[in-house]
Design a binder for this molecule. Structure first.
Ligand code: CUA
Length: 235
């Protein structure tokens, strides 16, 4: 995302791509309804609306009850399709566990030994000139692209929400509960996200940065991180 972006961010996962298609589909239906309603309202205003004979209109009442119901089906079916698509866990290649704290995220790569770290927002005074204010972290979540990833989300203190718009992932982090999501990233790059559950004074200051890399680079990073478990360094 860049400044003044009012629409959805570009997708970085197949699910987000589908979500954008659904959003556009719903907007088109909305546009048709708004057009019809405005046309009706204007024609009502321009009409004297007097008739000595019309007392009831069974036909029109039946129609304007059934028509909205049919329109709703056209929204509900693709919506349910997406809901179940997002719920599916497609044989994950690895698992990322993330724990929300006041006010930072911590990550555990349970498939590898000793691979866990905290991820704090970079303070303004330490900010490199090419980074995003309030959006960059000291330790990025490095993930391999083009492989199905299972995400386990929980919290240590209060409710948080792990939200990365470009992945179409938004999962509540709840103390005493593990929430599961699955996604795969289809391009390399940095993906940004933020906590989206009002979780206290520094709620705005616990961003998420995913560094999407190739599988080889990911394996290199894992072995490098596992070697020096005390001293964390980025790729
Ligand atoms: Cu954590 Cu808002």
């Amino acid at each position: 995302a860049t400044w003044l972006n009012l629409t959805l961010q570009d997708s970085a996962s197949p699910v987000m791509e589908q979500l954008i298609f659904f959003h556009d589909h719903a907007l088109m239906i909305m546009l048709m309804i708004i057009t019809a309603v405005f046309y009706t309202m204007i024609s009502i205003i321009q009409n004297k609306q007097t008739s000595r004979f019309i007392l009831e209109g069974q036909m029109i009442e039946t129609l304007w009850t059934i028509a909205p119901a049919i329109i709703l089906v056209f929204i509900a079916i693709p919506s349910l399709r997406l809901l179940y698509l997002m719920d599916e866990i497609h044989n994950p290649a690895m698992t990322l566990k993330t724990v929300g704290h006041q006010w930072y995220w911590s990550y555990e790569y349970s498939d590898f030994t000793k691979l866990e770290f905290d991820s704090y927002m970079v303070q303004q005074e330490d900010q490199p000139i090419d980074s995003f204010r309030l959006l960059d972290t000291d330790n990025r979540v490095v993930l391999p692209m083009n492989s199905p990833i299972r995400l386990i989300v929980t919290a240590a203190d209060v409710l948080h929400s792990w939200t990365v718009p470009s992945l179409g992932v938004k999962t509540d982090a709840t103390p005493g509960r593990l929430n599961q999501m699955s996604f795969s990233i289809n391009r390399p790059g940095l993906l940004y996200g933020q906590c989206s559950e009002i979780c206290g004074a520094n709620h705005s200051f616990m961003p998420i940065v995913i560094e999407s890399v190739s599988t080889n680079q990911f394996i290199n990073w894992v072995s490098k991180m596992s070697e020096s478990s005390d001293d964390w360094k980025q790729v």
